[in-house]
Design a protein. Sequence first.
Lengths: 823, 161
Amino acid sequence: MVVAPPETKKKKKEAQKAKTYVGQPVKRREDPRLLTGRGTFVDDISVPNMLYAAILRSPRAHARIVSIDTSKALNHPNVVTVLTGAEVGEQSLPFPVGVVASFKYYSAAVNKVRYVGEPVAVVVASDRYVAEDALELIEVEYDPLPPVVKPEDALDPAAAILHEELGNNIGCHRLLDYGEVDKAFEEADLTLKERFVFPRYSSLPLETYAVISDFDSVTGVITVHSNFMGPFSMHAVTARALNIDENMLRFIVPSDIGGSFGIKSSIYPYIVLISLAAKKAGRPVKWIEDRQEHLMASSCQTDRVAYREVAVKNDGTLLGIKSKVIENVGAYLRAPEPACTFRPIGNFVGPYKVRNVRLDAYDVMTNKCPTGPNRGYGCQQIYFEQERMMDHIAEELDLDPLEVRRRNLIAAEDIPYTTPMGGIYDSGDYQKGFDLVVEMSQYESLKKQRDEAQSEGRLVGIGIATGIDPSVSNMGYITVALPPEVRSKPGYLPKSGSAESATIQMNQRGKVSVKMGTTPQGQGHETVVSQIVADELGITPEEVMVIDEFDTATHGWSISSGTYASRFSSVGTSAAALAARKLKKKIVHLAAALLSVPEEDLIIEDGTVVSQSNPEKKITVKRVAGTAHWNLELLPDDIEAGLQARAVFRFPSNVAPDAQDRVNSSNTYGFMAEICVVEVDRDSGEVKILDWFSVHDAGTIINPMLMEGQIYGGALHGIAGALYEELTYDDDGQMLAGNFMQYVCPTAVEAPKLNIGHICSPSPLTTLGSKGAGESSSETAPAAVAGAVADALRPLGVNINELPLNPKRVWSLIHEGPPENNQ
Amino acid sequence: MADQYRSIRVTVNGQEYCRQVEPRKLLSDFLRDDLELKGTHVGCEHGICGACTVLFNGQTARSCLLFAIQADGAQIKTVEGLATNGELHPVQQGFWDNHGLQCGFCTPGFLLTACELLERNPDPTEEEVRVGLSGNMCRCTGYKQIVDSVMDAAEKIRAQK
């Protein structure tokens, strides 16, 4: 059931009258091609003379490479070439990354392997079958080294060191201090401290990584087709590793990408590796990752251990937070990491008023797969710790967990609100959102039902979680990874901001095309842009052609372009609307000249530009367009021939971090609140979701049907991380979840139905008032599930500070009690 | 190595193809690379995700778990064969009307699974639809709108009869 927007049908009628499409459940224009098997994904593309690659990967977590013998593979029929890690070390540069720590990360292991699945060599052959055959003919001798797997072990001075040149396993360490933390703890009535463990999981797109690279030996240009959806700051990183100028590296992204959820922003090391292979082969090379490779060696979010201490008043007021986090970024701290730690810095406190925060953050390297952005990036970990702590406070003070949260919410009149870490919450009414979820769930009655069930011996519990959903990262946030003294050095180029562009063109017959560079992965950008442009120009979405393929050589783009951090619905939509407005202005300007009336007197109505003072004076938009293209003689000097406009939207409030490490890390901040009910099966340990209520504030909703899809998708990723999915390793660093039987993803049977509610606090910063929505519940769902399971198991005296709550762990908690220091 | 090839005759979406294939070639690769039918997607290559599902002699089968030579003499239907004369199949229409897809990568497998499901059970309950689709993975939608799509498609098909 979708509670709101309730008046969809009514709205639709009004819209038909007023001809507005923003806010309507317009059906997707992307669907017909995808429903008939006519989409274009990277693996559907072939380029002439193409070869195929397969990658030999390390079976060991940590070992020195003693020797590699590729001779048998090279002699195998139809093998064209073999590229080894040693050659990668010679022919490319280490990837740059924004931390002080110095270590070398290449696209393949040069002399040492540091995780199971790390590329060791690439075979290039006539087809994929042959390439895979030849992998087995490569002989590698390894000298094993002791592995480091768990985040806290990485800090142990006795632990093995992954990168000898670094001398320890710390990729980044920052101690950040905001407000008066010590004072807050002195003034507290109560302090609590808990240890939390958050697992590694991946929102895991169904389409794996895919790269086609072509090196042009005449020009030196490398052309790459891939399902890389940005951020295109990684284009610069890739060019640097390939040691070529950025204008010599061309990225092409097709119209269809089979999901990403952030995971595909870590594809770029493979772009380098396959480009080196193509260069050596002298022919274009295609590589399609298989599922096992994806699970062990693509990307995922960090696992982390966190110690959180809170200072609280007896009335539940949260005064201060001390948090020590140890994020496990895997074998190589890989850009954009350590963003996992810093992306949510501005919204670290969530919707709460607390002003005093100390964050002692470590990003450690271990013998696991390198990490990267994953839906919710960094937020699910924080909200898990935050919301579990709220429950602990409630329990300790004998308050309702709902009430503890309510008392700490930032008031609507204080918005826009600047958090202690510098985040600027642009709009919102958290109390109202909270009230709605309480009302929808009939919380008091839910509690009664739970109590009754518990009195019957059933393990039923209620979970609550709330959070702030940051969208559109300010590129400057990542530089909090550097100490202020580094950022203030002369010559250091500060980073800030976020921009997106749109180009619009009206042809000589008045038809409109819009070119976006937002590289969608299923979000329906083409549809949304058509709705927006139709409204701006007073036409129908069907009259707007939207092109969302991407090519760095032909599109206007910038470093922050791409689809990540829920950018599109803020920056992408704003750019599209502004481009359409610019175009409209040009049409009116030209019509004014052609009709000899002042611009202010003109309006566009039903495809005609009409004078308001003298309706006799009018000209069709089509004729204006025809004149602009065909009859340049009539154009005033200040009007360009043709009718096109390009708009670049950027946020005004994006500055680099200040000397106190405060930064507005994102641009728009949404809100979500969840209440869920679960039942735990005492005998199997299985957790079943009985009910779920979810309230969202993402500002203006452009397409409620698409919004619902985003919320469902995000919620299930969070729920899956809480209950099912984990990228597990054994103590030797061996990967244990290399296929879908071991990495258990929910199906339609496990997926719950959600009761969704909306409130709308339009963002004052975006053109249409919209904010991101795709990540929201992925951030709060793990905390909500954990809270509900904890509530269900409270009669048994069980504490829940660790995920996932799969049947094995839950059964053990019920029947065996908490494990000893289980990481 | 032509002696390694075998000759097969297979009917896909009503059209007969005769091809020489290596015995080890997967049916999914054969459909995609030899017949250029790119609508069948490969998501896991170990028979779990269901993206590569096709109708094999009228029954769903995972084309990544079959060799092309096993299809010798078979009738296969892929996503490209669902629409007739440019008109979407009711299951396709149901997915379009109910936002049953986002990235579209898993969609061909869901469509063919749903066709078989509705063939066997034209009036399923929501629970039956969920169980019927449980061999297919979707990572975008959270499944709700897929279930809505199939329920709607069932209604559309019943209305046609």
